[in-house]
Design a binder for this molecule. Structure first.
Ligand code: F6P
Length: 317
């Protein structure tokens, strides 16, 4: 293999740049040319290609976001768009493609491999940590550390004023982020999509505590977001709850050591996989080891939160 293409797609995640740097350096050591595909799938269909050189990857290991930029290019669902992408790849002489991103990214890579025999490898990167086939996804560790630090600050003020706070974290339909952050910041209650929240019981817990009370609520919880929970409590019990929505601050910022190392390992594993002839797979880390998982499994299977972990979060609350 002489030429590999790489893109980042979907929501950005801290550590994507570290993965790009790793891929470039591993390619370079094998005398393979690396072509950056800008703006994810949008750039793939428009042949927005840029050859990587050393300057593009210097000083990026410590930067959040992605130097290649990204997009949510929903038009790629259209078969004609995928055909266009394949023509562009052939025209540029790109023999293998590495996609870094979320479940949609894995789905697209799988389609390109199955429908057009493009050699594809995925690298999991999302703050949601919701991809089957890797214990951790790039960006998750940075996001939980950022959110925990923010909540520590809120805790100081909540503690001083004995107020009740509902703090909403991201996570899409999955409670990984909320559970890790909730445990780490010593939340009094953690609401996640995987479990039901009994609002009446929660009100009694808050009343019984009679002091500062911190609720961490994950996106996708059936109650709705932090504001919806606060409205409900006001209406039903005339209870005042302060609301903080952490939002996109969780996605940016300097990647943690864990994310940089994971990204560097997975970058190497992705190039090695392509060179060994593997395709239609995602590289991931399970129990500290690098594994390959068929792409289709990564988005069709649900990565479940460990039950013991959920129970621990309940017991500590
Ligand atoms: O998938 C990452 C994520 O940050 C989710 O946690 C969140 O639901 C979503 O992206 C937000 O997407 P956008 O930035 O497009 O609003």
């Amino acid at each position: 293999m002489k030429k590999i293409g790489v893109f980042t797609h979907g929501a950005d995640a801290s550590g994507m740049n570290a993965a790009l740097r790793s891929i470039y350096r591993i390619c370079h050591s094998h005398h393979i040319e690396l072509i950056g595909i800008r703006r994810g799938l949008a750039g793939l269909t428009e042949a927005d290609f840029v050859p990587f050189d050393r300057s593009m990857t210097s000083n990026i290991i410590n930067r959040g976001g992605t130097v290649l930029h990204t997009s949510h290019f929903l038009e790629f669902e259209n078969g004609d768009m995928r055909h266009k992408a394949v023509v562009n790849l052939e025209h540029a002489g790109i023999e293998g493609v590495i996609g870094i991103g979320d479940a949609t990214t894995m789905k697209v890579l799988s389609q390109l491999a199955r429908e057009h025999s493009v050699k594809t490898v995925g690298i999991p990167a999302t703050i949601d940590n919701d991809l089957y086939g890797s214990d951790y996804t790039i960006g998750f560790d940075t996001a939980i550390n950022t959110a925990t630090e923010a909540i520590d600050r809120i805790r100081d003020t909540a503690d001083s004023s004995d107020k009740v706070y509902a703090i909403e974290v991201m996570g899409s339909e999955s409670g990984f982020l909320a559970t890790y952050v909730g445990i780490a910041c010593g939340a009094d209650y953690i609401a996640i999509p995987e479990t039901l929240t009994n609002v009446h019981d929660l009100f009694h817990k808050i009343s019984h505590a009679n002091r500062r009370f911190i609720i961490v609520i994950g996106e996708g919880d059936e109650v709705g977001g932090a504001q919806e929970l606060a409205n409900l409590m006001k209406e039903a019990y005339n209870l005042d709850i302060r609301v903080a929505v952490l939002g996109h601050m969780q996605r940016g910022g300097t990647p943690t050591v864990r994310d940089r190392v994971l990204a560097s390992r997975l970058g190497q594993a992705a190039v090695d996989a392509l060179l060994s002839g593997a395709s239609n797979i995602m590289v991931g880390e399970t129990n500290g080891e690098i594994h390959q998982t068929p792409l289709q499994m990564t988005f069709e299977r649900r990565k479940a939160l460990n039950e013991q972990f959920v129970r621990l979060a309940e017991m500590l609350g």
